[in-house]
Design a protein around this ligand. Structure first.
Ligand SMILES: *Cc1c(COP(=O)(O)O)cnc(C)c1O
Length: 824
């Protein structure tokens, strides 16, 4: 292997076996010691935890490379290419150790060097190249594809700065840059030989060619995309796939003419402009970013990825017309939707295919996953910007659209309203390209991510396009990888499951159903409870460390962790907290179920309302936690900097999982799956995958409340619904009054009026409509908690019945029904 990593300048000149002594512990110990001394140049005495992490990662990487290389000579029949602007990976060491089966070996090897593996793992920064669910899904899918031995390459951007670091100042969210690459990334291989030119701007020239006209894009600006590969190790180390992340570089690092002319800043400005593309992840979740830099990012990584896979196909197979037989490309949301005209451009302009052949190849290779129907999240780009930045692509889009609309006319659907609805160009708000329509039209299959979401795609945003081709939309309910979200996040529960139903459960999660019969088994229940108790104690220590708040591990841990968004309704949970606070104060001597409300999640830095909701949660937490009258019954915590690593600590410690979005608005959710698998009971609406979770765990083992998606639509049609709901609910009115009065913000009494006024007058997310049922359900949960036999039986049924939500199941479905790749 000739590639070198940023942190690994010195490498052994030739491949040789990594088995030296025959004792795996000794071999790894010596490998780690060697990396520390030879690669990092530090001694065991002076090494920091970070150095130990890098040395261990490099030693593991050698072993991963060895596994990967043994397969590298075989050309698979068909590869999957997963294009995603986000991969929310988290730490990689626990994945690698677990999947290679080396956790205990490395623990011993480090022990012999006087080092604790847990401390080494803590020194790894999270790779937070994503915002939330969409990026985490991509990471779970990559791991599952490797575990199922699906030949796959993930393509994304190697952001210098991932999702911002969140802290609180007086309860207000503060953002700081995230710096995961500051000391290099020991997992990655820089692949300078895989470098592609990415053009922007300029114009299109025409020349006579045969009996037609050849068009050629002459970009004004060129940026280099340089590949950096991160290995993705599958379960039991059987397959190693790659996540190929593109770094933007300038062709000319310094403009010497300008430099010599004394313009030292100007001499590097082109370089700065180029490198800006992979500088930072956009921190918005579920809303479209209209900035030009965002479009540059989207085109940059899409073009590099397509050029790379086209080059690979030409090398291996020659004729590009066979691309659909050997490649399936999945577009994760519309962020890479520019792939439709870009693949057409590469095939026609660069490789001379006819338009018809190119369109056949494109529409049989591309597939598109839709992640949201929220209007603010549906990407559109102004035609004017596209013409300036990507003039050739805009021509191609016009031509695709012209043919598409012609066809409508021919089949008698040429009326203006229909054409306006299916057109790739939206003419109603200035002229804008609809990226969802573009991806839909260019894809062979389009999928939603839960049964409800897919139905809503068919009946709302894509209804007219769906009517043209009713086979195109399919459902593929999301999943999570159990290796991370059960095996490594909750080793105690995993051990218990293995003891109860056998080792096979590690390979086949369906065996978890064997736990059902232990739901009433006193000794099993005691052990299940002990596992939870241990995770709650560990979380209690983290909470004390990060917030200074002491929790009682005997209390019900009620958790809502996810991005802060109005549709996810953290505000409903906070208002219920206020109402509970009032109720406890009114009747302090009642037998209240002790509860800890735990919140976590980041708000987009520009999302004013979401940041105000965080501040309200913080102000309520301060008032509640300082009030001796509710002590021992209610505590409220907002844990800063929610991340994959923090999720791994929080989720196994949760008793109750809050999945309370307005019905019809959460496409799937995957947090809901992680909690239920770990045995938290869900309080949730009939939204996204909650519905399918209910179907699997059983209606008796989940707490469902509120309006369903049809009820939401009906209620929104009633004028003044919010005011009416508040008038009908004295409890809700009192909680809102307390918030509006400034009781939680005496230093600024009107602080939360924007929240309460909005609820009284608009309430687009129907908090007021669902409040009473939510309150009632929470009190039923209080009662259920006190009946511990029943509670723990429900919890065990949840763990036992969640196997279907493994992302292995999702990936098998994609493989069979979308990609048509063979699984052996
Ligand atoms: C799973 C996960 C999410 C998605 O959570 P939802 O509740 O489905 O929105 C977001 N962030 C992190 C860190 C996660 O692990």
């Amino acid at each position: 292997m000739h590639a070198k990593a940023a942190v690994a300048p010195a490498r052994a000149p030739a491949q040789r076996s990594l088995t030296v002594s025959g004792d795996p512990v000794v071999d790894l110990r010596e490998a780690i010691r060697g990396k520390l001394g030879i690669v990092l140049g530090v001694t065991p005495e002076t090494a920091r935890p970070r150095d130990w992490f890098v040395a261990t990662a490099l030693a593991l990487r050698d072993r991963i490379a060895e596994t990967g290389l043994s397969k590298a000579t075989q050309i698979p029949h068909k590869r999957v290419y997963y294009l995603s602007l986000e991969f929310l990976i988290g730490r990689l060491m626990s994945d690698a150790l677990n999947n290679l089966g080396l956790t205990e070996t490395v623990r011993e090897a480090l022990n012999e060097l006087g080092i604790d593996l847990d401390a080494v793992q803590e020194a790894e920064p999270d790779a937070a190249l994503g915002n939330g669910g969409l990026g985490r899904l991509a990471a779970c899918f990559m791991e599952s594809m490797a575990s199922l031995s699906i030949p796959a390459i993930g393509y994304g951007i190697r952001y210098d700065h991932g999702l911002f670091r969140q802290s609180f100042k007086d309860g207000w969210q503060q953002e700081a840059p995230e710096t995961w690459l500051a000391e290099g990334n020991p997992w990655e291989f820089a692949r300078r030989e895989a470098t592609y030119k990415i053009g922007f701007g300029g114009g299109v020239t025409m020349s006579a060619s045969g009996d037609g006209i050849a068009r050629r894009w002459q970009p004004a600006e060129t940026v280099l995309a340089v590949a950096h590969d991160v290995p993705v190790v599958g379960w039991r180390g059987k397959q190693v796939n790659r996540l190929r992340l593109w770094k933007a570089e300038s062709e000319a690092p310094v403009d010497l003419a300008r430099f010599n002319g004394g313009d030292h800043v100007g001499a590097v400005s082109e370089r700065m402009r180029a490198e800006a593309i992979s500088r930072v992840l956009y921190p918005s979740d579920a809303s479209a970013e209209g900035q030009e830099l965002r479009l540059r990012q989207e085109y940059f990584f899409t073009s590099a990825s397509l050029q790379d896979l086209v080059a690979r196909h030409r090398n291996e197979r020659g004729d590009l017309r066979s691309l659909p037989d050997h490649a399936a490309i999945q577009l994760n949301d519309t962020h890479p939707a520019i792939a439709v005209p870009e693949l057409m451009r590469i095939l026609t302009d660069d490789h001379g295919l006819s338009w018809e052949d190119a369109w056949h190849v494109t529409t049989n290779t591309l597939h598109y996953t839709n992640h949201t129907l929220l209007p603010e999240a549906l990407e559109t780009w102004p035609v004017e910007l596209m013409e300036r930045l990507l003039p050739r692509h805009m021509q191609i889009i016009y031509l695709i659209n012209w043919m598409h609309l012609e066809e409508q006319g021919k089949s008698g659907k040429g009326d203006a309203a229909h054409l306006a609805s299916v057109s790739l160009i939206d003419e109603s708000h200035g002229r804008r390209v609809r990226m969802g329509h573009l991806a839909f039209h260019g894809a062979r299959r389009v999928n939603g991510v839960s049964a409800l979401h897919t139905d809503l795609m068919r009946s709302t945003v894509f209804s007219d396009l769906h009517a043209l081709d009713s086979d195109k939309i399919v459902n593929k309910t999301n999943g999570i990888t159990f290796r991370r979200w059960l095996h490594t996040a909750n080793p105690g529960l995993t051990k218990l499951a293995v003891e109860a139903v056998g080792e096979g459960v590690l390979d086949n999660p369906e065996l978890l159903t064997g736990l059902d019969k232990f739901a009433q088994d006193a000794s099993f229940v005691a052990r299940y409870r002990a596992v939870r108790r241990e995770r709650k104690e560990a979380l209690t220590a983290i909470v004390a460390d990060r917030t200074g708040i002491d929790l009682d591990p005997d209390a019900l841990f009620d958790v809502q962790v996810k991005r802060i968004h109005e549709y996810k309704r953290q505000l409903l949970n906070v208002i219920e907290t206020v109402a509970l606070y009032q109720a406890i104060k009114a009747e302090p001597h009642r037998n209240w179920t002790p509860r800890v409300k735990i919140f976590g999640g980041k708000a987009a830095p520009s999302y004013v309302q979401a940041k105000l909701i965080i501040k309200l949660a913080a102000d309520v937490a301060r008032a509640v936690n300082d009030d001796p009258e509710v002590a021992g019954r209610l505590k409220v915590v907002f844990l800063p900097n929610y991340s994959v690593s923090l999720a791994e600590a929080i989720i196994p410690a949760a008793d109750l999982s809050e999945q309370i979005s307005t019905a019809g608005l959460e496409a799937s959710g995957t947090g809901n799956m992680k909690f239920a698998l770990n045995g938290a009971l869900t309080v949730g609406t009939l939204d996204g995958a909650n519905i399918e979770i209910r179907d699997h765990v059983g209606a008796d083992n989940i707490f469902i409340f509120g309006l369903d998606a049809a009820g939401v639509i009906a209620r929104k049609a009633v004028p003044g619904y919010a005011r009416a709901a508040i008038e009908a609910s004295p409890r809700l009115a009192a909680a809102l009054d307390m918030i509006a009065s400034g009781r939680f913000s005496p230093e600024e009494p009107g602080r939360f009026r924007p929240l309460t006024d909005d609820l009284r007058h608009r309430d687009p997310y129907l908090l007021t409509a669902d409040f009473d049922d939510y309150w009632r359900t929470q009190r039923a949960i209080d009662a259920a908690w006190r009946d511990s036999t029943t509670w723990w039986a429900k919890a065990i049924h949840n763990t036992a019945r969640m196997a279907w939500f493994s992302s292995d199941r999702s990936m098998r479905e994609y493989a069979d029904e979308i990609w048509r790749v063979r699984l052996d």
